[in-house]
Write a protein that binds this ligand. Sequence first.
Ligand code: ADP
Ligand code: G3P
Length: 489
Amino acid sequence: MQAILALDQGTTSTRAIAFGAGLKPLATAQVELPQHFPRPGWVEHDAGDIEVHSLRVLREAMAKAGLEPRQVAGLGITNQRETTLLWERDTGRPIGRAIVWQDRRTAETCDRLRSEEALVSARTGLLLDPYFSATKLGWLLDNTPGARAAAERGALCFGTVDCFLLHRLTEGRVHTTDATNAARTLLMDIRRGDWDEEMLALFRIPRACLPEIRDCAAEFGTTRLLGGEVAIRGMAGDQQAATIGQACFAPGMVKSTYGTGCFALLVTGEEPVASKHRLLTTIAWQLGGVRAYALEGSIFSAGATVQWLRDGLGIIAHAREAGEWAAKADPAQRVHLVPAFTGLGAPHWDAGARAALLGMTRGTTRAEICRAALESVAFQTADLLDAMRADWPAMGDCVLRVDGGMTASDWTMQFLAHLLGAPVDRPVVAETTALGAAWLAGHQAGLLPGPEAPATHWKLERRFSPTMSRDEARERHGDWKRAVGRVLG
Ligand SMILES: Nc1ncnc2c1ncn2[C@@H]1O[C@H](COP(=O)(O)OP(=O)(O)O)[C@@H](O)[C@H]1O
Ligand SMILES: O=P(O)(O)OC[C@H](O)CO
């Protein structure tokens, strides 16, 4: 049997899944990743944890599925994006901890460069925000004695998590990233698909520490660390891998992943679409040297809002209870929760905004608060889709394909469909990120046709259809926008 391995190194956990024929999941292994918060606004991961956990879950998934290395047609790597690592080229020793995508320590650097934002956006498709890698790498180079000089000599390697793991899995032989991860650094010209000299100069990044950029399906190298030789054949950032896992291959298809945060991607085709509504333009995949692009909306707090109900307020004991309470809420009350716990992402990008509960009366109970929390995820998605439609009118009416832990909430998915006035489709395989990485490796191994062929790996589990009147949906969305207006600035 020819199996495919997928490694999904996420923000809060590291997972490996072994897939069999027809990309059917055979076995899964998972380890939680410790989070480090050394100062307010700082978020770090230990590079050693990332490496050790990845090897552990890969070996465990292979053992559970009873796989020998010779039965593995390929390994696909997918990862939390933007998180920045720097390490010694010769020894692999990390320089400090990984600076995680959520880390805000470089907000001032971004503000100082604000006059260059139009140029940065035109070249990279991104905005000047600490979310992306370039200013994090600059911080590591400036705050580690000797690092800048060592990077200029080529003695240090920069990489996002995909690139670091590839270097470690190949025992230091390969320093390569893929186009989707490179597209999140602020250092890549997304039209040319290569590092951009002007961006390197602006962010003061030495060319010598950057990896080579390749397609998402390629012969990346071979690892000997899984009990024999396994070829690494797929690589993509996790949201792009989820787009592939959701088989959103045709322009106009949209997926939205609801984990800690929420990331919606609209595939727009082989020409990048510049956003006028504060969305990101990003590479969806690169295959055979040809790039497909997407518009992306990033929301920082989706499942995290439910975690706050549980761990912060203590009004639920398990995430699933939020939906049970929401179903009991008083339909006449209009309570809104704007979950700007770490600022607001797209389309507002207001790092200073803070969360608020609005519209409460003495009659408000945990039921209305739970409902407001779940509704906030749907309202934010509606904001993103409105921005997408304004940027790319060809989008028209769409079906939203959803995945991620929070899609387990039927109540939230049903409200989402009502509000959008569009069907919301939940697939059978919820692990779409790993599925996408496996698809890339399987495609490279010659086991699966390209994106032009009908996708066989995606199957519908449940469709949520809208029944709310458009007038009511518009009125509710208007109330939400007013609530957001109260926390901005
Ligand atoms: N039934 C549910 N209702 C609402 N939220 C849920 C439910 N089940 C899980 N979640 C939320 O989903 C998130 C976990 O999803 P996951 O895709 O594993 O996230 P990540 O990959 O970002 O760690 C948690 O934040 C949790 O609060
Ligand atoms: O690890 P996740 O699933 O929270 O995804 C993180 C994103 O890639 C950040 O851009």
